[in-house]
Design a protein around this ligand. Structure first.
Ligand SMILES: Nc1nc2c(c(=O)[nH]1)N(C=O)[C@@H](CNc1ccc(C(=O)N[C@@H](CCC(=O)O)C(=O)O)cc1)CN2
Ligand SMILES: Nc1ncnc2c1ncn2[C@@H]1O[C@H](COP(=O)(O)OP(=O)(O)OP(=O)(O)O)[C@@H](O)[C@H]1O
Length: 192
């Protein structure tokens, strides 16, 4: 029997469904402290002052907030993503632990009345990843478009943040999928 390749969209949909279930079983079971400490260490290793983009966790994403709060209190500029349109890259609004938040597209909170900044480090949420540092998100292509644009305009470092159990053998990918530079979990730091 010959192997018939599964079309990429179908492969991604099937993978995404499995990844949702797998991540849900990790969330609440895996203690995030070691991941937080590793993320803080990784972000502090960045040369020079950096503007760090995080995310407000939704669903069962591992929360980067303890790490971002600590870095913000130490004087780092931190920002959060905003969806501006279905085919547009994300834009980033400055954030601090005291920032007033409002709910925006897809149920994601964004800082209210905040100024736009351009990050040079992106902490990226994901559903699943592999050791080639491919990631799978919710399917909007927002991070792929954003990484592609920021990379074209300057230097950008991308750090995936996840539970180690979100690692899978191979994430189905297509030419527009961007590989991350680093993935931080509670157990491991993966490099390209
Ligand atoms: N915490 C967090 N913030 C983020 C993202 C993210 O993945 N996580 N984004 C990353 O892009 C952007 C928001 N984009 C999002 C896109 C889709 C869904 C979502 O839940 N989608 C539905 C499917 C919607 C549909 O197709 O009808 C789903 O997954 O069930 C959430 C956020 C910016 N902020
Ligand atoms: N740089 C880009 N330019 C144009 N289209 C893009 C770009 N990057 C991704 N896309 C399109 O977006 C669609 C969804 O991408 P994909 O399934 O990889 O999303 P995702 O990485 O899971 O989601 P997200 O990045 O929002 O978390 C793809 O069909 C792809 O064609």
């Amino acid at each position: 029997m010959t192997d018939v390749p599964i079309p990429i969209k179908e492969a991604k949909t099937a993978c995404r469904k499995r990844a949702f279930a797998d991540r849900a079983s990790l969330h609440g079971q895996v203690s995030p402290e070691a991941a937080t400490a590793a993320l803080v260490r990784q972000l502090k290793e960045m040369p020079g002052p950096s503007i760090i983009a995080g995310y407000m966790p939704i669903r069962t994403e591992i929360s980067p907030l303890p790490a971002l709060e600590a870095l913000s209190r130490e004087g780092h500029v931190v920002c959060m993503p905003q969806v501006v349109g279905p085919a547009a890259p994300l834009r980033f609004l400055q954030w601090s632990p005291e920032a007033e938040m409002v709910e925006a597209e897809f149920g994601v909170a964004i800082p209210k009345d905040a100024g736009e900044v351009v990050p040079d480090v992106l902490v990226v949420p994901l559903l699943a990843f592999d050791t080639d540092l491919y990631r799978m998100g919710y399917g909007g292509g927002f991070y792929d478009r954003t990484i592609e644009k920021l990379g074209r305009e300057g230097r950008i470092t991308t750090i995936g943040f996840a539970y180690d159990g979100q690692r899978i053998e191979a994430v189905p990918h297509e030419p527009t999928d961007q590989q991350l530079d680093v993935i931080v979990t509670e157990r491991e730091i993966y490099h390209a």
